[in-house]
Design a protein around this ligand. Sequence first.
Ligand code: TYC
Length: 105
Amino acid sequence: MPHSQDFDDGNLLLDTAKPKVKPPKRYQVVLLNDDYTPMDFVVEVLMHFFGMDEAKANTVMLAVHHQGKGVCGVYSREVAEMKVYQVNRYSREHKYPLMCQLEVV
Ligand code: TYC
């Protein structure tokens, strides 16, 4: 009859090895309030660039309006940078000062 200690391979290495790969950082796309951009335009941006339905877009727009800024979504760096670029370009094209920016989580 084998003794239980015969099968003890010790897991000291597994327990102490540091993970070599860190989880990737996540990037928040944050929308900023201003006094000039129409609320309807902000709602349109949130629906078009962030896939929100109208009710969600309205809620987020009003939160930004009252609190000064708010999170539109959390993405990889590449996707977040592209969203910021596209939203800021779209706002400029329409001559509105609406701004969004990146924040590392
Ligand atoms: N404060 C703007 C207004 O009163 C509306 C607004 C909301 C603008 C959110 C920007 O990110 C923003 N017309």
